[in-house]
Design a protein around this ligand. Structure first.
Ligand code: 8X3
Length: 253
């Protein structure tokens, strides 16, 4: 570790990834702005962390709540030098033609609209200070389409290209931007994708060795603590036991 962020804002901090990120930055004594939708969960996590924390409760899909919450950050915490855009998720794995429009709209709201809102606001402060790092939690699904992935894959492809295009604009600002792209990680991701169907979620991770939230926390931590002259643009991380399925050819009878 040659660089140490001082104030980290983690969106979706009360989820499995978010908690692992909090723990990793707690180890080096960073101040952490802990974001989540559930006030009790955010406050509980803040209590558990043995560093200075600031709780931020809002839903990233609510524009007004996002603007108000981010403008309420007190001076002690406002010099955010690491934003981890982690809030978001997947809804459904049905074929596109069977998917619910509501699920599609919600994924776009969380993974795209919410992420760009938070970024737009926090990036301005970073640009004024000529210091900062935005780490977006992308996904291998932004690179590799799969059946049932449709809008989830598309939102993560957006996040990747948004990351790279921001890099182009941020030349000369010292601000780093990275897209970390995990493959299969055993978290509540599938439970939420399958809307509480535990058996279906468990089957995703059965009899194999997925990544853990801690694996991704270590990757994010590494990218954020490299010397300031090093920028990880994109980084795809898969379990050793996960690989590519190849293309499918439809055959006539
Ligand atoms: C999570 C990885 O492969 O389930 O973003 O889409 S995957």
């Amino acid at each position: 570790m040659t660089y140490q962020p001082s104030t980290v804002l983690i969106t979706g901090a009360t989820g499995d990834f978010g908690k692992a990120f909090c723990r990793r930055y707690e180890e080096i004594g960073c101040q952490i702005i802990v974001h989540g939708r559930n006030k009790a969960k955010v406050e509980e996590l803040c209590e558990e962390l043995d560093v200075e924390t600031y709780p931020l409760v809002f839903d990233v899909t609510d524009k007004q709540a996002t603007l108000e919450a981010l403008s309420s950050i007190p001076p002690l915490f406002e010099k955010i030098d690491l934003l981890i855009n982690n809030a978001g998720g997947a809804l459904g794995l049905d074929k596109a033609q069977d998917a619910l429009l509501e699920d599609w709209e919600n994924m776009i709201s969380m993974n795209v609209t919410g992420l760009v809102r938070v970024t737009n606001i926090i990036l301005k402060g970073m640009a004024n200070r000529q210091k900062g790092h935005v780490i977006n939690i992308g996904s291998i699904s932004g690179n590799w389409p799969y059946p049932g992935g449709h809008v989830y894959c598309a939102t993560k492809a957006f996040v990747k290209q948004f990351t790279l295009a921001m890099r182009a604009d941020l030349q000369g600002t010292n601000i780093r931007v990275s897209n970390i792209e995990p493959g299969m990680v055993e978290t509540k991701f599938s439970f939420e994708r399958f809307k509480g169907d535990k058996d279906r979620a468990d089957a995703v991770y059965a009899n194999t060795t997925p990544l853990t939230a801690e694996d991704i926390a270590e990757t994010v931590f590494w990218a954020s603590t490299l010397p300031p002259h090093v920028n990880i643009n994109t980084l795809e991380v898969m379990p050793t036991k996960q690989t590519f399925a190849g293309l499918v050819m439809e055959r006539d009878e």
